[in-house]
Write a protein that binds this ligand. Structure first.
Ligand code: DLL
Length: 435
């Protein structure tokens, strides 16, 4: 199979040549951050590291880490490295109060991010002949905007569908002959099920490829989606903090995702000690943005557990590969593509006059995540009048939707009916068994 690249030179360059490029970039980037981001300058000063100590990419380990807690401390402008009048965009993660991450972009940042997404689309076989249906959410979430920009760069006819309204997705897909679809894997599976129910066979569907990410998914799920839609399904990874999707993408080998390491330098660390681990060992994935101007995070701890591999790839790309993330070091759940922390549920309960006695139950039915929250009523709230309980459940679900951006099904239960734990409370029951 002939290989297509979006930026052949950068994607296939010799590893030591790329290392030289990364070294040049990191020296400049550290200076940019030190000069413009007081928050990080303080961290470097505390560690006794000066920009001059970073002479190349091998010195990266000397720099302090950044974590979500730093982003929270510095919210909203504390990590901004460019004047506001040079920024043209923000994006943000789901979730409110304290947990929200706001990322800023200059025009150049948007440009490089879109290049990364374009690499993913071309690796999935995309060309200017394709019709690319972008069914990730548009708006603050990075999925829609990232793949939309990438699709434009490749020259595909771009269908900016956003997520939801499945009947309309199917109608546009068929009427316009969409050949590539970009969405979360769970939404792809749902679209597949719906098409099947409507009597479509894989060969009736115009799609040839899908680019799916933003949440964990298994090889079994890949095979299921490929069979129902009659496509090749490619993984794509990224996070708001590093721009969004396109930090890493899969090629035709489908054996892990090539990291766009000329822009995002990856490290694997021991999450307990911070020590950098050798290639092939499992640990926490850390990224350093080598080119980002407005929001240039250095050594950002993603909390994703992962393995990197330099094994030669048959596609010809020399970009290092990351395995599918194998879990997280924190308690973040991804439900229907939305990041959810149990502490957010706790905040809502306390705000609404409940005690934090609750349990989150996540499952998967027809390839869609189910999201139930069992909450104890206080003795003084307790009632067995069904209409009152329904009203309270609806109001609490509304408050959670406002906080999280997705709708849970709330079940109010009798006081003291959720099992107390003698150790760590079991707040989450995840029945999806994704990893
Ligand atoms: O999910 C960006 C994105 C959009 C990626 C569209 C791919 C496609 P956040 O909402 O900030 O950004 O969530 C980032 O999602 O740290 C991982 O835990 C998880 N994640 C992202 N992609 C994958 C993937 C977007 N392919 C968090 N497999 C990350 C597993 C993924 N987990």
């Amino acid at each position: 199979m002939t290989q297509n690249y979006y930026q052949a030179e950068l994607e296939t360059m010799a590893v030591d040549e790329r290392k030289k490029l990364q070294s040049e970039k990191i020296v400049k980037q550290v200076k940019h951050v030190y000069d413009n981001v007081e928050y990080y300058r303080k961290l470097m000063d505390e560690k006794g590291v000066k920009p001059e100590d970073i002479k190349g990419i091998d010195d990266l380990y000397k720099l302090p880490f950044l974590s979500k807690a730093d982003l929270r401390d510095a919210y909203p402008y504390g990590l901004l490295a460019k004047p506001m009048n040079e920024c043209v965009r923000i994006h943000s993660t789901s979730g409110t109060t304290g947990r929200r991450v706001v990322a800023f972009y200059t025009q150049n940042d948007v440009d490089l991010w879109e290049d990364c997404c374009a690499r993913a689309i071309v690796a999935a076989g995309g060309t200017e002949e394709d019709v690319c249906q972008v069914a990730y959410g548009y708006g603050l979430f990075t999925g829609g905007a990232g793949l939309h920009g990438g699709s434009h760069k490749v020259g595909c006819l771009t269908l900016p569908m956003s997520s939801g309204n499945t009947d309309r997705q199917i109608q546009f897909m068929n009427d316009l002959g969409a050949s590539i679809i970009c969405c979360t894997p769970s939404y792809a599976a749902y679209i597949g099920e719906t098409l099947k129910e409507q009597g479509y066979k894989p060969e009736d569907i115009p799609l040839k490829a899908g680019i799916f990410g933003a949440e964990p998914w298994t090889e079994e799920m890949r095979r299921g989606i490929e069979a129902t839609l009659g496509i090749k399904a490619y993984d794509i990874y990224g996070l708001t903090e590093t721009s969004g999707p396109g930090v890493a993408f899969e090629c035709c080998e489908q054996t892990g995702m090539h990291v766009n390491e000329d822009h995002f330098y990856p490290e694997i660390i021991n999450p307990d000690t911070g020590e950098v681990l050798p290639e092939g060992e499992k640990g926490e994935l850390v990224f350093t943005a080598l080119d980002k101007e407005a929001f240039p995070l250095l050594r950002y701890r993603t909390r994703d557990i992962c393995v990197l591999s330099r094994k030669k790839c048959s596609c010809g790309r020399t970009l290092i590969k990351m395995a599918k993330p194998m879990g997280r070091t924190d308690d973040m759940l991804i439900i229907r593509g939305v990041n959810v922390f149990p502490s957010q549920i706790e905040t809502v309960l306390l705000n609404e006059g409940y005690q934090p006695n609750y349990q989150i139950v996540v499952g998967r039915v027809n390839n869609t995540d189910t999201f139930d929250v069992n909450v104890e009523m206080n003795p003084e709230q307790f009632t067995d009048k069904v209409s009152d309980v329904l009203k309270m459940e609806k109001s609490l679900a509304g408050a959670m939707k406002t906080m999280l951006g997705i709708n849970p099904t709330v079940h109010l239960v009798a006081p003291k009916s959720i099992a107390r734990s003698e150790g760590k409370a079991v707040r989450v029951i995840d029945n999806r068994k994704l990893i």
